[in-house]
Write a protein that binds this ligand. Structure first.
Ligand SMILES: [Fe+2]
Ligand SMILES: [Fe+2]
Length: 238
């Protein structure tokens, strides 16, 4: 059986290392908070400022070579900037939710999904560079907002936290489907990335459902869609 992280202190308390290392719940809580703050800061800095590295090449390959004129490149660049912002937010959401849950199995599920989102982050970043476009200047803001939302969802308990993941992934899947319609027909490179991401996000939603996600109330879903609309519209330009 897996050891609960918070039971670490009680093992110390039963050992013979002496009074100074006796289990101290306040100190253990402080250590956990500090540890979580370090993990969160590290994740934010790597997402926002380090060059993202994919753990795998995009499995979906472009069906043909891509040749675009300047206008098509600019259009594709704006759309891929939006998708890159989405992946920045995914890093923040999964990091916050992995930190929030006390269930080690669920934490592992969030971490595994986060690794795939890391691939998406790297693919979209690489494609932005190829298109001569830049990431959103507001990425720190998007990251902070998504991290806060992830913490909030995590505070509501695992089933609602999973419900938030499931709904987010479903909305992202729908959004990516719309981008497959909007991307220039000849941008096979971007299309391959978006198609693969769409498949991965659909699987993330199914995994959350299997893990016991609770369906969110309709007004919450509508609010999430409205917030996403603000983000996707702004990120096209800034
Ligand atoms: Fe993703
Ligand atoms: Fe996802």
């Amino acid at each position: 059986m897996q050891q609960h992280p918070e039971s670490h202190g009680s093992r110390l308390g039963q050992s013979s290392v002496g009074k100074l290392e006796r289990f101290n719940p306040k100190r253990t809580r402080m250590d956990t908070l500090l540890n979580n703050a370090i993990i969160a800061t590290d994740n934010a800095l790597r997402t926002l400022f380090a060059k993202p590295r994919a753990s795998r090449a995009c499995p979906t390959l472009p069906s043909e070579p891509t040749e675009l004129d300047a206008e098509q490149k600019a259009n594709a660049g704006a759309l891929m900037r939006v998708n890159h912002v989405g992946e920045v937010c995914a890093q923040a959401l999964y990091a916050a939710q992995a930190l929030s849950t006390r269930d080690p199995v669920l934490r592992q599920q969030f971490s595994d999904a986060s690794r795939e989102e890391g691939d998406h982050l790297a693919w979209t970043h690489e494609r932005l560079v190829e298109l001569g476009a830049r990431p959103s200047l507001l990425n720190p803001l998007w990251y902070a907002g998504a991290f806060g939302l992830g913490l909030l969802a995590g505070r509501l308990g695992d089933r609602l936290s999973l419900g938030f993941v499931m709904e987010t992934e479903r909305q992202v899947e729908t959004h990516l489907a719309s981008h497959l319609e909007q991307l220039p027909a000849g941008d096979h490179a971007s299309r391959a990335i978006v198609a693969q991401m769409k498949d991965d996000e659909a699987r993330h939603a199914k995994d959350a459902a299997k893990a016991g996600a609770q369906e969110l109330p309709l007004p919450v879903k509508a609010l999430m869609r409205a917030s996403a609309k603000v983000m996707t519209t702004t990120a096209r330009y800034i």
